[in-house]
Ligand binder design. Sequence first.
Ligand SMILES: Cc1cc2nc3c(=O)[nH]c(=O)nc-3n(C[C@H](O)[C@H](O)[C@H](O)COP(=O)(O)OP(=O)(O)OC[C@H]3O[C@@H](n4cnc5c(N)ncnc54)[C@H](O)[C@@H]3O)c2cc1C
Length: 375
Amino acid sequence: MNTKMRIAVVGAGLGGLTAAGFLQRAGFSVQVYEQAPTFSRIGAGIILSANVTKVLRRLGVADALIEAGIKPHCYISRAWDTGATMYEIVFDAASEVRFGGPYLNIHRGDLHAVLERVVAPGSIAFDHRLIGLEEKSEQVRLIFENGITAVADIVIGADGIRSKVRETLFGSEPPRFVGAAAYRAIFPTERLRGFKIPDCTKWWGRDRHLLPYFMTSKRDEIYAIGVVPAPSWDSDEVSVPSSREEFLAAFAGFHPDLQRVLEAVDTVTLWPIFDRERNDCWSGGRIALLGDACHPVRPYMAAGGAMAVEDGAILSRCIEKFDDLAEAFRCYEAMRIPRVSDVQRISIENSWMRGPTDTDWFYCYDSCTAPIAPP
Ligand SMILES: Cc1cc2nc3c(=O)[nH]c(=O)nc-3n(C[C@H](O)[C@H](O)[C@H](O)COP(=O)(O)OP(=O)(O)OC[C@H]3O[C@@H](n4cnc5c(N)ncnc54)[C@H](O)[C@@H]3O)c2cc1C
């Protein structure tokens, strides 16, 4: 594609910043528009597997992420009642070579503080909430809530599960509540009063699971996310306050090692979980979607952010390679949809690393070198 094309990315999340970072490196003029007034330290952790960190390394931020987060020694799946190990994967120098990158756990706020650096200074316009798009034959007009308008030749909708860009392409359709909610808590390790836990454990119950992990290499901060069935959800808020007592009650009867962790929890919030039905149309005209804007997944495989990053890398490579935009978008969709739909299926099953699991197809994949061919 001619690098004179002006590209607007809506949403400065994982996917949007990855796409913008690569497109800028390819010589395009890229502006990112973000609704938030600034990045804030949102209370949650995130797992970045090797298929993500190897991409972020090419954007020059892997070392900073490793410094801000933790390379866990292992991930262990344990049975809720007996505590028996159902699966364990060790992350060491050999696995890092095999997968092509480290496995990393990090606080989301720390991640964003680093991610901002993948784009040229000044290329994120904060406080720009997109409210409309008008596509003309040669360009797209972006309309923001603050009264500002902008034009671009290509628009990338990286604006998350409630994407406005998606709405302008396919109409308004709320995401699907999946009948589950997640307790989320962050607390200092000292509240465990010396009780030792592995770097990352997933406790598997019959209809619920809980994942506590460290978020810093000092192992001084723990994030615990526990997913439970929830027949309905009637709040419009993204989360509601909860409590240690509710969190403990939801996991009553679980192994004593886990009870020790939950007793240390301090502030707790409860988040409804949404996804969308699979839809294989991710673009239209001069507009393409990526990440949660087109394929939000249940957070049971820790792979939604990973898919957004991979989308960003592949979409930017397709835009760079093809002269024809429609061909670029077709190729992007053809490359991404089979892999993303596998992740959607596994996330719905909640089967990832429950027992013996082939992880190579997921961790070894490199979205910066995967062959690009016309669909
Ligand atoms: C409980 C939970 C745990 C998870 N854990 C993991 C994990 O461990 N690992 C993992 O890989 N994934 C995980 N995920 C999934 C992951 O968070 C998402 O898939 C990922 O954030 C999607 O990235 P994105 O860039 O597509 O969208 P987002 O990260 O949602 O970013 C979208 C951006 O667009 C902005 N925006 C939205 N609307 C507008 C607008 N109208 N105008 C301008 N800007 C707008 C938003 O403010 C935001 O900054 C988890 C999800 C949940 C719910």
